[in-house]
Design a protein. Structure first.
Length: 253
């Protein structure tokens, strides 16, 4: 049956940055499909853990600052303690800094690139090595943005990082497909999250954004549930190197 392809029973998914917002929604969706979750966050993901466990799934809480990559191998090894294997990685952790390009600082550049792009590559590398050691293949899902496709305004390092995410998603897919590893990305549109709180509070910006979205609303975490389960499941075994826009039609406008 076709729905069996979307089943994630017995799988273990690492989800970074899942204490709130889109990461929480994706972790919840994967658990609803049957996966156990390893959450990697800076702060305690109390609500996410409760949601996952209420579905009868396991949740392993690991803490890390992904602005540094020296602890990534250790995190993967700790994740193995849940069930002895890892099957899915969702690279969701990310930050944003807003400032005019003429005034943008090196620190704001490095902080964003380190978390949004550097950690995505090296976490994917570590998990891909584990997939190969397991001889199981696996699924890696990176989180891009509308700024994977567009330039944006006042977010130079964020734009660079999310454009880079789309590029390395393709690169990793090219190299690792032979090992049965699928690497894809989700590019959320304008979503109602903490990162967009300032935009939604600005009446002029909020109105101009909504006018361009054919769906006529900001997206929610639940809008990513279907795409993330699809890309994590056997239903997407022949989808590789692709960035799926979940944007209410923004890019089509």
């Amino acid at each position: 049956m076709i729905l069996d392809l979307f089943e994630l029973q017995g799988r273990v998914a690492i989800v970074t940055g899942c204490n709130t917002g889109l990461g929480q929604g994706m972790a919840r969706a994967l658990a609803q499909a049957g996966a156990d979750i390893v959450g990697i966050n800076v702060t305690e993901p109390t609500e996410t853990a409760e949601q996952v466990r209420s579905l009868g799934r396991q949740f392993l809480d690991l803490r890390a600052n992904l602005g540094r990559i020296d602890g990534i191998e250790g995190l993967v090894q700790q994740a193995l303690g849940l069930a002895g294997h890892v099957d899915i990685l969702v690279n969701n952790a990310g930050i944003i800094r807003r400032e005019d390009a003429l005034s943008f600082s090196e620190k704001d550049w490095d902080d964003v690139i380190d978390i949004n792009l550097k950690s995505v590559f090296f976490f994917s590398q570590a998990v891909a090595r584990q997939f190969i050691a397991q001889k199981t293949g696996g699924k890696i899902i990176n989180v891009g943005s509308m700024l994977s496709f567009q330039g944006g305004v006042r977010v130079p390092s964020y734009t660079a990082s999310k454009s880079g995410v789309m590029g390395i998603t393709r690169l990793m897919a090219n190299e690792w497909a032979v090992h049965g590893i699928n690497v894809n990305a989700i590019a959320p549109g304008y979503m109602a999250t903490d990162n967009t709180a300032a935009l939604r509070a600005d009446e002029g910006r909020n109105s101009s954004i909504l006018e361009r979205i054919p769906a006529g609303r900001w997206g929610t975490a639940d809008d990513l549930a279907g795409p993330v389960v699809f890309l994590a499941s056997g239903a997407s075994d022949y989808v590789n190197g692709y960035t799926v826009a979940v944007d209410g039609g923004w890019l089509a406008r």
